[in-house]
Design a protein around this ligand. Structure first.
Ligand SMILES: Nc1ncnc2c1ncn2[C@@H]1O[C@H](COP(=O)(O)OP(=O)(O)O)[C@@H](O)[C@H]1O
Ligand SMILES: [Mg+2]
Length: 474
């Protein structure tokens, strides 16, 4: 079962890794030590054989004259771990002399090179580890003597055994130390996460002002903290926007509804002729129509401002769309005696209904604010960087100080007059949201008592029109 805590998991993983590494290193050290010992043993046998060879030059060895070989015996005796056996080169070889306790088995000739020394690692019946060096000596009289020098490697064995024992004893302590160190480092590194938790516990929709402290955090956690802070920032903005939205809605609905209640109360305060009731009811119906428009405009605005509003864009000929909208407004234009003129061609990729809605909001404003007998121009053009649709009308124009606020929700230049025009003050806010959904913009320029121009700027259409997934949004 995996431990729950991240620090425990990390220390366990590091401990397992540590175990593997320590085991690998110990094995490497063991093999290198044992090779080193072999090298030393071989070298000591070589040196000893050198001395034996030297002594053999001096002495004539005959089996019957044992005393003459005392020189060689002296070389070996006193060394408990060494044994020497000399054979002649007859077949089968005859033992000439043997000093020491260990009797090395005679190697087949093939294993003993004519020159140089052959080493043979073996074990006796008691399992004692031994090393035998064999060499052929050419003597002055032409005869050959084979020397087998054997070394008891008990001390080397003991050294290696002691090494393994001490490694095995130290291993658990080393591992415990590694695990504890890893746990402490992981624990210290993760302490900052507790701060994250404390802040997260404090955050609510009522208070999104908390931010994670990013100073003194390690790089990875700093990036995480920055990401979370940015998320808080956006949530804060969104929540403020929502609460502003509902405040605006309540504020805008309050006055028409209290108007309605007031009117109804005054009318009911005494008996009135039927025509008056009729007039009041007509008035109320008009006011209720405005309330309905506000509600449906707010709902549309909420829909446009929501990412779920994204549907795949299609390729739209702006001329055709503007023509359809102008057609719808032809009666209203006729009433106000203004002429609608459409010119230019352009193609965009967008959402048909939304684009129509944006054009109609601009057109209805233009007609509302145009003097009788004037022209309204809808001009389409494709430029290097974008596609534009401009709606221009004559009239009183808009004072410069209003221009920056014009696209805010419920903002009206002349509240009294706009109310009479039954506008909701949401038309341009909707246009702005639609344009931002299309990665575009809306701009306005106006001269007092002259021309007012609202321009929609669309990005150039992509070669393939289906790119709805990449759209931006307010
Ligand atoms: N073409 C225009 N000429 C003069 N003023 C305009 C024009 N278009 C918009 N406005 C001003 O901008 C205000 C906001 O417009 P809008 O958001 O459509 O709200 P509404 O039309 O409901 O009043 C309008 O009340 C009006 O004062
Ligand atoms: Mg309007």
């Amino acid at each position: 079962m995996k431990p729950d805590r991240l620090s425990s998991r990390l220390s366990l993983s590091v401990a397992v890794l540590g175990l593997l590494l320590v085991a690998l290193l110990s094995a490497l050290a063991y093999f290198s030590l044992s090779r080193q010992l072999d090298g030393i043993a071989e070298q000591s046998l070589k040196d000893k054989l050198q001395q034996v060879r030297h002594s053999l030059r001096e002495v004539a060895i005959r089996p019957e004259v044992g005393s003459q070989t005392h020189n060689i015996r002296d070389l070996i005796q006193g060394h408990d771990s060494l044994s020497l056996t000399l054979y002649d080169d007859s077949s089968p070889p005859k033992e000439l002399m043997s000093v020491g306790l260990m009797q090395a088995p005679l190697q087949p000739d093939a294993a003993i090179p004519a020159e140089g020394i052959a080493f043979h690692y073996w074990q006796d019946e008691q399992g004692k580890a031994l090393l035998t060096a064999s060499q052929l000596f050419q003597r002055k009289d032409g005869s050959r003597i084979r020397a087998l020098l054997t070394l008891d490697r008990a001390s080397d064995q003991a050294l290696l055994r002691a090494y393994i024992e001490s490694t095995l004893i130290a291993l658990p302590f080393v591992l415990a130390l590694i695990a504890a160190g890893a746990w402490w480092i992981a624990h210290r590194g993760l302490i900052s996460l507790n701060q994250f938790r404390t802040i997260a516990e404090r955050v609510s929709t009522d208070d999104l002002s908390h931010r994670l402290p990013v100073e003194n955090l390690p790089q990875e956690l700093r990036e995480l903290a920055n990401g979370i802070n940015f998320m808080f920032h956006r949530l804060d903005g969104g929540v403020q926007q929502l609460s502003q939205f509902s405040d605006d809605l309540a504020h805008e609905l309050r006055s028409p509804i209290s108007n309605l209640i007031g009117k109804a109360q005054v009318t009911l305060s005494r008996e009135r002729p039927p025509e008056e009731y009729k007039r009041v009811l007509e008035n109320c119906t008009e006011e209720l129509g405005r309330v309905t428009r506000i509600i449906s405009d707010m709902l549309f605005l909420a829909h446009v401002s929501h990412p779920a509003a994204l549907v795949p864009f299609e390729r739209l000929r702006l001329h055709e769309e503007a023509e359809k909208v102008a057609e719808l407004f032809s009666l209203m234009a006729e009433d106000k005696q203004v002429t609608l003129k459409l010119s230019g061609q352009a193609t965009i990729s967008g959402d048909r209904l939304m684009v129509q809605r944006a054009i109609s909001n601009l057109l209805s404003n233009a007609i509302t604010h145009s003097p009788a007998g004037s022209n309204i121009d809808i001009t389409l053009s494709t430029r290097a960087a974008n596609v534009t649709l401009a709606v221009s009308n004559q009239g009183a124009g808009i004072a410069a100080e209003h221009l920056p606020k014009l696209f805010e929700r419920f903002y009206r230049v002349d509240n009294g007059r706009s109310r009479a025009d039954s506008g909701t003050g949401l038309g341009l806010a909707i246009v702005r949201s639609i344009m931002s959904l299309h990665r575009g913009q809306v701009s306005v320029s106006s001269n007092l008592d002259a021309t007012t121009v609202f321009t929609l700027h669309f990005p150039l259409p992509q070669p393939d029109a289906e790119h709805g997934k990449n759209r931006g949004h307010e």
